[in-house]
Design a protein around this ligand. Structure first.
Ligand SMILES: [Zn+2]
Length: 348
């Protein structure tokens, strides 16, 4: 089969790799029908994360179950399934409390499992899915093509934006600030609006991203950064600040902005992978501002968000502004790297 390989920084290619087969009785074999490129795929692509040797890549995909192992109970061939960005068993102590990203038997796509057997990356034609019952979420029927982008968005960005809103404890009627206008930040806007926030202030300097944010429910847009952004939120909220803040970037500047716009007693829900952040503990203490969040257990939110997509309540697939065939996967990366695209969808 064909699968995407990152050979070295900025060297993305489609190569022939061995066809996956069922290995464990808990495995499923999935034919990928759509996959996408994540902002976090750009770190090794840009060489920010070291690429020691050529590696399979891609952790966001949907597809059709081709085959299941003897112990798989919840899936059968022909099912349309959504894969979260990590696999998990659904039964260990951490899965049972909804933190499937810490599953004791779980792992990432695109590398060996705990027995040393390759688990395929998502940007390829087929994937061997370990722990299929715990990992995959199926739809009752195979959805129409128009719904595929929104279902695919649940594999990572929408679930991650949702987690930011859950961690920030967004309540009905709240004023919410979302820091970050990437696919996750935009999904955070959609999540806050879906949870009943009355006012959603999106921070964005890009017209195309502002338009998606408005579509997703943003009531206000702040175009400036840093201290100017804090002043702008201060003015918009009559000096009170935000009831909940979603930090969807992970830089020190974005975190300091998020903390500064939080009203006393508010929580900053953070899902941006932290790079060089230092918390102002005295300020957090004196204003009772909490920090919560982390790597998003998107598997926990998948059933609910799947139903919301199928009912038409949410349409997170709007974050995709480029679609290419798998053969052009290198362009999917280049477009995001050069900021010509917010998020790229790839079709095998
Ligand atoms: Zn587990």
């Amino acid at each position: 089969m064909k699968a995407t390989i990152l050979g070295a920084p900025r060297d993305i290619r489609l190569e022939d790799v061995p066809d996956p087969t069922l290995v464990a009785p808990t495995d499923a074999l999935v034919r990928v029908t759509a996959a996408c490129v994540c902002g976090s795929d750009l770190w090794p692509y840009r060489g920010i994360n070291e690429v020691a040797e050529p590696t399979r890549i891609g952790h966001e995909f949907v597809g059709i179950v081709e085959e299941v192992g003897a112990e798989v109970r919840s899936l059968r061939p022909g099912d349309f399934v959504i894969a979260p960005f990590k696999y998990s068993d659904g039964t260990c102590p951490h899965c049972r409390v909804g933190i499937q990203t810490s599953c004791v038997r779980g792992g990432f796509w695109g590398g060996p499992d705990r027995d040393g057997v390759m688990v395929d990356g998502g940007q390829g034609e087929y994937v061997r899915v370990p722990l299929a019952d715990g990992t995959l979420v199926a739809t009752r029927e195979v959805p129409g093509d128009d719904l595929v982008p929104s279902l695919l968005a649940l594999s990572d960005v929408m679930g991650t934006g949702w987690h930011a809103a859950v961690a920030a404890r967004v309540q009905e009627g709240d004023t919410v600030v979302v820091v970050g206008d990437g696919a996750v930040g935009l999904s955070g806007v959609l999540s806050a609006a879906r949870m009943g926030a009355e006012r959603v202030i999106a921070m964005s300097r890009h017209a195309s991203r502002q338009a998606i944010a408005r579509e997703f429910g943003a009531t206000d847009v702040v175009e400036v950064r840093g201290e100017d952004a804090v002043a702008a939120v201060n003015e918009l909220t009559d000096g009170v600040g935000a009831d909940a803040v979603l930090e969807c970037v992970g830089t020190d500047e974005s975190m300091q902005t998020a903390i500064a716009v939080a009203r006393p007693g508010a929580t900053v829900g953070y899902v941006g992978v932290p790079h060089g952040i230092e918390y102002p503990v005295r300020d957090l203490f004196s204003r009772n501002v909490g920090i919560a969040g982390g790597v998003a257990p998107v598997r926990q939110y998948l059933p609910q968000l799947r139903d919301d997509v199928l009912s038409g309540a949410i349409n997170p697939g709007l974050v995709f502004d480029l679609e290419v065939p798998l053969a052009d996967v290198a362009e999917a990366y280049a477009a995001m790297d050069e900021r010509r695209a917010v998020k790229s969808l790839v079709r095998p």
